[in-house]
Ligand binder design. Structure first.
Ligand code: ATP
Ligand code: MG
Length: 348
């Protein structure tokens, strides 16, 4: 049977937030601990981060450490998951170059995630070629490790689809040496694309509407207490709406029935709370306080572990170096097969 391999990662453009956590990181940790995957590769995508931060190398460099700390704190274990830095594996750049032949400009222009990112970054007609082609580079990242599974948030669906097309085309034109990956989305719908605390469609570092895994308990509380809810819910007695109500989306993402017995025993579960809110007579403050308890319970152990890992940064880099060396071996193996298939292995 084909080995089951995971490849996923994050851009080092800031510390990780609870959107990353519910969208991908939490699931990675769970998958790592089931042991059902033969290999797990977790990539810090610094080269990709440079495609829209090329003029700010210090930001990308300093956030490598932050993302690595978030990983370990959230429970990724370097003994079970290979954590590595993208730019240090030149095979990934090499693969991207050959994959560019297999993709048209029109196809890249159709990518809905890239479209909305271009808009958000106000590139207009000045789109850097590197940014425009990052879905191709991402296909290289995924396929270099022969990944079968990519645990990620919904915004990554078009990227994985692009990777699948490249694989099919490559395998058809040359030789069938690449593996077609599949995206693994979170099962909980609220986690597919967690909105920002401002109610905007996506919590994102670039939009500055995030609750970070490393935020202090005080910061988390402040952010939650000032979160976007239902603009029509003015008096406590008014009926409230759940649609687009970020506090309820977060509760959907984080809370369980046990949280109710611990922190809000007047209700058995989220359905009862929602029903009361819709009837009217339930204030936002009460719900936000409850959400704060739920989120703090999840973040507290992560925060504590982070403090420990922060004490030994050289050890952190040692871990990244080892992971990068291991990852490189796998990428080089694929690269050799690709070169053979493309008939550019002249000296083999
Ligand atoms: P940037 O603004 O730099 O693009 P980002 O916050 O969008 O940062 P990425 O590094 O692009 O984060 O995303 C890393 C992973 O986290 C991807 O799998 C992505 O799907 C997931 N993810 C990011 N934001 C969210 C979110 N709000 N909800 C669910 N998943 C998310
Ligand atoms: Mg992003």
């Amino acid at each position: 049977m084909k080995p089951k391999i995971i490849l996923t990662g994050d851009r080092p453009t800031g510390k990780l937030h609870i959107g990353h956590y519910v969208g991908s990181l939490k699931q990675r940790v769970a998958l790592q601990n089931t042991g059902e995957f033969d290999k797990i590769f977790i990539m810090i995508a610094d080269a990709q981060a440079l495609t829209d931060n090329f003029d700010n190398p210090e930001k990308v460099r300093s956030n490598i450490q932050e993302v690595a700390l978030d990983y370990l704190s959230a429970g990724l274990d370097p003994e079970k998951s290979t954590i590595f830095i993208q730019s240090q594996i030149s095979e990934l750049t090499e693969l991207s170059f050959y994959y560019m032949n297999l993709v048209t400009v029109a196809r890249l222009q159709r990518n809905p995630t890239v479209k909305s990112e271009i808009k958000m970054r106000k590139f207009e007609s000045n789109i850097p070629v590197g940014f425009f082609t990052y879905p191709i580079s991402q296909a290289a990242d995924i396929t270099a490790f022969q990944a079968t599974t990519v645990p990620a948030g919904e915004d990554q669906r078009p990227m994985v689809e692009q990777a699948r097309e490249i694989v099919r085309k490559f395998n058809e034109i040359y030789e069938p040496v690449l593996t077609e990956p599949e995206i693994m989305l979170p099962k909980n719908e609220a986690c597919l694309r967690l909105p920002g605390t401002d109610g905007k469609a996506k919590m994102s570092k670039s939009l500055g509407n995030c609750i970070y895994l490393s935020d202090t308990a005080d910061d988390v509380k402040k952010k939650i207490m000032s979160m976007y809810t239902d603009p029509l819910h003015i008096q406590v007695s008014d009926p409230g709406h759940l649609e687009g109500n970020t506090v309820f989306t977060y509760l959907d993402a984080f809370c369980t029935d046990e949280h109710f017995s611990r922190y809000l025993p007047d209700y058995a579960n989220l359905d009862e709370l929602k029903a009361h809110y819709q009837r009217g007579g339930l204030g936002d403050v009460k719900i936000k306080r409850f959400l704060n308890e739920v989120v703090q319970e999840e973040l507290e152990p992560i925060r504590e572990r982070r403090k420990e890992y922060e004490k030994d940064i050289p050890e952190l880099y040692e871990m990244l170096k080892k992971g990068t060396e291991q990852a490189r071996e796998k990428a080089a193996e694929t690269m050799a097969k690709v070169k053979h298939a493309m008939k550019i292995d002249y000296f083999a």
